[in-house]
Write a protein that binds this ligand. Structure first.
Ligand code: ZN
Length: 287
């Protein structure tokens, strides 16, 4: 074979390799937070690749700044997901100009508005609504794999039933239980459980990085000292002097403390994450 012919063969081979590579490339999805990425992957299965921007449990999502590397991976994506209502407002800057993207804003999907508690993924119904939306978008963008997306989505919905059952049984036994928290990360789950959450003003001030008022501070301290609450919930991803001080105060007065993480811990799925946190709540209530 002449060198020229060899070259042509090589070029043809490279081209066919490249084109088959392009066709086999899974549909790329980028999610701001790892729990949406996880559910998108569960529904998309083998036909999607998923990356999330916030996956380090040590990052504080409220204070996150996106890097240029992330902007690059957005350019490769077909679908972008963010939580919305101000939680990850850096996403709108990143997504600006990427008109090729299908964007899912989860908060507007469930009808939440600015000023609402932004930790919407702690309501399992949020995730069920999101899973349906991602399934519909995948089928629209990649109809050839409709049966697979439909099947995976059904599996996801079925796998959420034990969580909803756990919530129901906790609610039946403990609805009305008064609890408090250092911040509102677990608010929607408390609402699902029918718990009465005290010191909401204090919690919102902390979340918004403003100083709680003296009366808000006193209110929370008194609730712990006078055992007005079944437990104090705190954010495991926040370690600041105030959180530490409140945990210590609770422990000194023999009030149980329960930690919850803001984003999903590594190596588990959304369903397992909620199950673990519900188990932690149940454990302190049983005592
Ligand atoms: Zn938060």
């Amino acid at each position: 074979m002449s060198l020229r012919r060899l070259l042509l063969v090589a070029i043809a081979l490279t081209f066919s390799f490249l084109s088959s590579f392009v066709l086999a490339t899974p549909l790329h999805i980028i999610a701001a937070e790892n729990f949406y990425a996880d559910v998108a992957k569960q529904v998309g299965g083998e036909y999607v690749s998923v990356s999330s921007i916030l996956s380090n449990p040590d990052d504080n999502p409220h204070l996150f700044e996106a890097s240029p590397t992330i902007a690059k991976s957005i350019a490769q994506a077909k679908i972008a997901i963010y939580s919305g209502i101000g939680y990850d407002s850096w996403m709108s800057k990143l997504l600006a100009g990427h008109s090729h993207l299908t964007i899912i804003d989860v908060a507007s999907l469930i009808g939440r508005q600015d000023g609402d508690n932004p930790h919407i993924w702690y309501d399992p119904h949020t995730m069920l609504t999101f899973a349906l939306a991602i399934k519909q978008q995948l089928i629209r963008l990649d109809p050839a794999h409709q049966a697979s997306y439909q099947h995976n989505w059904q599996q996801f919905v079925a796998s959420m039933h034990p969580i909803l059952t756990d919530i129901d049984s906790l609610r039946q036994r403990y609805a009305g239980t008064e609890v408090t928290a250092t911040e509102p990360v677990f608010g929607y789950m408390f609402a699902e459980l029918g718990f009465k959450v005290r010191n909401l003003g204090f919690q919102m001030a902390v979340m918004n990085d403003t100083e709680p008022s003296i009366s808000q501070m006193k209110g929370l301290h008194n609730d712990l000292i006078e055992h007005k609450v079944a437990f104090l919930l705190y954010n495991l991803q926040v370690s600041d002097p105030m959180t530490e001080q409140l945990k210590t105060l609770a422990q000194t007065h023999k009030v149980a403390i329960v930690g919850a993480t803001e984003t999903m811990p590594k190596g588990i799925h959304y369903q397992q994450w909620l199950k673990q946190e519900l188990d932690a709540v149940q454990k302190v209530l049983k005592k």
